[in-house]
Design a protein around this ligand. Structure first.
Ligand code: NAP
Length: 283
């Protein structure tokens, strides 16, 4: 990290833009770091309708905001408004962080892959140790696949309810380590995987449950779910009951915020148990 990014900006303001945004945990977690770092800055949650996104972002640039995180449904619009994008955003095809330069230029970044990978490595997963399997082919899956391939995953099985989307993801990433498997592979998983990751919205409170047979997994395999409401999804509960190691999705959210905080507020921060407890309301 260079000296310039380390320099905290007094009174810096950043925000998360979503529609809706009230459910977002980002103000809570950035607020924790602002207090921890004793910084005179603010982080807001701003509801911005899709048709107001561009005008809204340009207004925030003009007002002196340092940048914004964007959540559903703005990740593609954020890619389009950026003057330049980082390599992860380019590969994933979506932007979750816009950093505003002093000259008004907008840099688009994607920190979801960073968050996905750091959540796993924090838990002790060695993603280069063997094949992984990712379920899903949406935006989160693209971040997960990019993260795993960048970190040396030797073989990546990919499956999705709509197979064309998995094939499209493989073609977009142009990496022959990706192998698309039919969705009914979930009843008979490959027996060589070190990591099974759910990136679909199944398992989230109010959505359906992911139907997967875990019994064929190696006993030392990891099972990960990026859904974090509830924290222990039915998939993770089933894995835990089989004695498999599990990683929940909250850590991805916490870790993806680290580079954004550093870009907005100029201080290096870490994901701690205290942060996790704060976000979970367990203080
Ligand atoms: P998305 O682009 O809309 O993709 C949704 C994925 O879920 C697709 O693969 C879709 O399959 C699959 N899916 C949805 N309903 C299904 C069903 N009934 N049966 C089978 N598959 C189904 O969404 P996303 O942005 O990737 O987000 C996915 C989930 O990840 C969300 O729950 C989101 O909250 C979570 N997420 C968590 C984090 C974190 O920090 N932990 C970060 C990003 C996202 P089809 O292609 O067949 O429709």
């Amino acid at each position: 990290m260079d000296e310039q990014r380390q320099a905290a900006v007094p009174g810096a303001i950043a925000a998360v833009l979503g529609w809706p945004v009230a459910h977002s945990l980002s103000p809570k977690l950035h607020g924790f770091w602002l207090r921890e770092q004793n910084l005179d800055g603010s982080y807001l949650g701003l509801p911005v309708a899709p048709d107001a996104f561009e005008a809204g972002v340009r207004g925030l640039v003009a007002t002196g905001f340092r940048g914004v995180n964007v959540t559903v449904p703005h990740k593609l619009a954020a890619l389009q408004i950026a003057d330049a994008v980082d390599a992860a955003a380019q590969a994933i095809g979506a932007v979750n962080t816009l950093v505003f330069g002093d000259d008004g230029r907008i840099l688009g970044r994607n920190t979801d892959a960073y968050g996905f990978l750091n959540n796993l490595t924090d838990a002790g997963v060695d993603v280069a140790a063997g094949p992984a399997m990712i379920i899903g082919a949406g935006g989160a899956a693209r971040a997960a696949v990019h993260a795993l391939l960048s970190a040396g995953c030797p073989r990546l099985y990919l499956t999705n309810r709509t197979p064309e989307k998995a094939v499209g993801l493989r073609e977009g990433m142009a990496d022959d380590r990706i192998h698309v498997l039919p969705f009914n592979t979930l009843n008979s998983l490959p027996d060589d995987i070190v990591l099974l990751g759910n990136t679909t919205s199944l398992g989230m409170a109010g959505k359906g449950t992911l139907d997967v047979t875990l019994t064929g997994l190696p006993s030392d395999a990891w099972v990960h779910d990026i859904v974090y409401v509830p924290l222990e999804t039915p998939l993770l509960r089933a894995a835990r009951r089989l004695g498999l190691r599990t990683v929940d999705g909250l850590g991805m959210l916490l870790h993806q915020a680290v580079p954004a905080f550093e870009a907005f507020f100029g201080r290096q921060v870490t994901v701690s148990d205290a942060l996790r407890n704060h976000v979970l309301g367990r203080e």
